[in-house]
Design a protein around this ligand. Structure first.
Ligand code: AMP
Length: 414
């Protein structure tokens, strides 16, 4: 097949016959985010490359290997968003959103781009729903985020998932932990891959993300960050756990979650399906805003991969909103009747009724075949006779029952 008619590797066309699945997730996510007091933010799909180096971290796999980075015509280095938090944080700083009422609660839908090896559930372009809270540093904030997620999953019919949580502490305890990791991994220095050599020097925590089979074996016996949490961080984490229990949100502690982005502090979490698919994750990131040049401002959030949420729903046979089908098809026979049909469908559409009519000059038989194919719920045929009498038969396309209606005062009731 020619390149022109083939989508780039790792991308996914979201076709009309499955778009209702995406709309189901998006509608529910939007509804629940708004109920929890979040406001939508839309930021550019590309940002200055430096933003991601500073926020995601320049020793992470995302920054080192997975970004779609290019120079624009003026030689500025730009990158397609690999995730949503950095753009929202950058925009909040730039637009003074922290001067408004705090905490600031934002949500977004965005496409993300990562140059990863495509496989089932892993794409190079994928879409995320994300929420971020800035200026709230109490465990209640982390727990409210998880409550929002739990409500959303319930609404979407996702029940068989696991919430795994961990605490990766503050920069102070992280330092001690990084030292412990460095000491541990140094024993294997000879056998570590080239990337891990660099990680060992620059950011030992990222050693835990290595996908090289040899290096990842060492992860099993590596020191656990939870054991290095200082007293304040341990108290914080205990509160998170207590509050989760108080809100009847089930979780398990997985001390191995470290997340692949540098900006996290304290609570981190992931949502995992019964087949082991991680379909969402997030946590607290208290240092991010300062790292980006803003005044100190705490933050926490999570993102869900929408394609993965859909596949988890499918795995649970969850219900999607019905695909949109036309309410009525108005067939016309003859020029005058066709114009009438066009006018009537216009009148109905203006009132929010999906009324379709012929745009091709097809025979009535072909029009009715089309009405059937597009799943119209009702149909009627207008010809000279109907125009003269002002009456037509409204036919239910499923039961095939028909009733006579007044075409000049027709008011479709759903
Ligand atoms: P992360 O920032 O890597 O934790 O990503 C958040 C969520 O985005 C993940 O839990 C996935 O659901 C989704 N995600 C991340 N990378 C991909 C990808 N390459 N393809 C599809 N979904 C992804």
């Amino acid at each position: 097949m020619s390149l022109i008619t083939k989508a780039p590797r790792g991308t996914l066309d979201k076709l009309p016959n499955e778009i209702h699945k995406y709309q189901t997730v998006e509608t529910s996510a939007r509804q629940i985010a708004e109920v929890y007091g979040f406001k939508e933010i839309r930021t550019p799909v590309f940002e200055h490359t430096e933003l991601f180096k500073r926020s995601v971290g320049d020793t992470t796999d995302i920054v080192q290997k997975e970004m779609y980075t290019f120079d624009d015509k003026k030689g500025r280095s730009l990158t397609l968003k690999p995730e949503g938090t950095a753009g929202a944080a950058r925009s909040a700083i730039e637009n003074g959103l922290f001067n408004d009422a705090l905490p600031l609660k934002l949500y977004y839908f965005t496409n993300c781009y990562r140059y990863e090896a495509p496989q089932s559930g892993r794409y190079r372009e994928f879409s995320q729903f994300g929420v971020e809270v800035f200026g709230a540093d109490k465990p209640a904030c982390d727990v409210q985020l998880l409550a929002l997620a739990s409500d959303l999953f319930k609404k979407l019919g996702i029940s068989k998932y696991t919430l795994e949580i961990n605490s990766i502490g503050c920069p102070e305890c992280r330092k001690t932990y990084q030292d412990a990791l460095k000491k541990y991994y140094s024993q294997f220095k000879q056998t570590l891959c080239g990337d891990c050599h660099e990680r060992l020097e620059r950011n030992p925590m990222r050693l835990l993300d290595c996908k090289n089979p040899n290096c990842s074996e060492y992860k099993t016996a590596a020191p656990l960050i939870l054991e290095y949490n200082c007293e304040t961080c341990a108290d914080y984490f205990n509160n998170v756990k207590q509050y989760l229990t108080a809100l009847e949100i089930s979780y398990i502690v997985n001390p191995k979650i470290v997340r692949g982005l540098d900006y996290y502090t304290n609570t981190v979490f992931e949502f995992i399906s019964p087949t082991g698919l991680v379909f969402g994750g997030g946590g607290r990131y208290n240092g991010l805003i300062e790292e980006l040049g803003g005044n100190p401002m705490t933050g926490a959030g999570f993102a869900l991969g929408i394609e993965r949420v859909i596949s988890v729903m499918e795995g649970e046979n969850a219900q999607f909103n019905e695909p949109n089908t036309p309410d009525i098809y108005i067939a016309g026979l003859g020029e005058e009747a066709m114009l009438f049909a066009l006018q009537l469908s216009h009148k109905l559409c203006k009132n929010g009724v999906s009324a379709q009519t012929d745009l091709t000059g097809r025979s009535v038989k072909a029009q009715m075949r089309y009405a059937d194919k597009i799943g119209a719920k009702f149909s009627m045929v207008i010809g000279d006779n109907e125009l003269q009498t002002g009456k037509a038969m409204l036919k239910n396309m499923i039961t095939k029952e028909a009733e006579e209606i007044d075409i000049n005062n027709f008011d479709y009731k759903r």
